[in-house]
Ligand binder design. Sequence first.
Ligand code: HEM
Length: 68
Amino acid sequence: MNPKISGVLGPELVGSHFELLKLKVTQNQYPESYTPKRQTQLMTLTNPMKVMTDEDLHALEAYLNSFK
Ligand code: HEM
């Protein structure tokens, strides 16, 4: 999967920062004043990754930013 490409399941994630990843993955929320790329609630129903730690999410942030 290429995080630069918007997919049928979810939006493109390249450049997503730690705060966004943390809130979306663990609480299905967005940072204040952040405009979501999609208004669907599909991730709520399907996300099996709620247990990701801060360390995991920092690693993921670095990975996603490496595509910029
Ligand atoms: C570790 C796993 C995941 C991460 C890190 C992740 C991350 C994110 C982030 C950061 C957003 C917000 C994008 C934005 O508006 O800028 C998002 C939205 C979304 N994701 Fe995920 N996601 C994960 C798993 C999934 C799974 C398993 C699905 C579905 C099969 C999914 C479907 C969606 C959808 C449809 C949206 C649009 C908003 C919504 O419907 O909730 N994601 N994801």
